[in-house]
Design a protein around this ligand. Structure first.
Ligand code: 4NP
Length: 151
């Protein structure tokens, strides 16, 4: 079992999409995918309606997801921790307790363009266009991740 955690700030826009997209590309009997946020403002809530809509437009249902906060236990529970931007990276790495845990954490777009440190922009305060762009970026990144972890 490979265990993959997607992390953003709120766990209502980007990481729920990343979770849903990766689940759609892998065998979920052998690959466990979850998501969490570094901030706790929306714990227990559904994903943002705009994320649910862009997912549904692409035949993915993420309405079963509920927001939760990232915790140090996640370093034990997951093999790979993908973050969306440099603020998420800093916040997650601040909680890491060892080099082994640090090595699990990666900027998700580096899977497509290694070392470029590109970020998935936070679409929360923007319009719907932002969500289409985020979907495209995450779809491309998850395609690479799926190939890698199913090997
Ligand atoms: P996300 O977007 O990190 O992609 O889920 C955000 C959602 C909510 C907030 C910030 C970012 N917020 O400040 O409530």
């Amino acid at each position: 079992m490979v265990r993959v955690l997607m992390v953003c700030l709120g766990n209502i826009c980007r990481s729920p999409l990343a979770e849903g997209i990766l689940k759609s590309k892998v065998n979920t009997e052998t690959i466990f995918v979850d998501s969490a946020g570094t901030g706790g403002w929306h714990v227990g809530e559904l994903p943002d309606i705009r994320s649910m809509e862009v997912a549904r437009k692409n035949q993915i249902d993420i309405s079963d997801q509920r927001c939760r906060k990232f915790s140090v236990q996640d370093f034990t529970d997951f093999d790979l921790i993908y973050v969306m931007d440099s603020a998420n990276l800093r916040d997650v790495l601040n909680l890491a307790g060892s080099q082994y845990e640090i090595d699990k954490v990666k900027l998700i777009l580096n899977e497509m363009e290694p070392g470029m440190d590109k970020e998935v922009p936070d679409p929360y305060y923007g319009g719907n266009n932002g969500f289409d762009l985020v979907f495209e970026m995450l779809d491309a990144a998850c395609e690479v991740i799926a190939k890698k972890i199913e090997k």
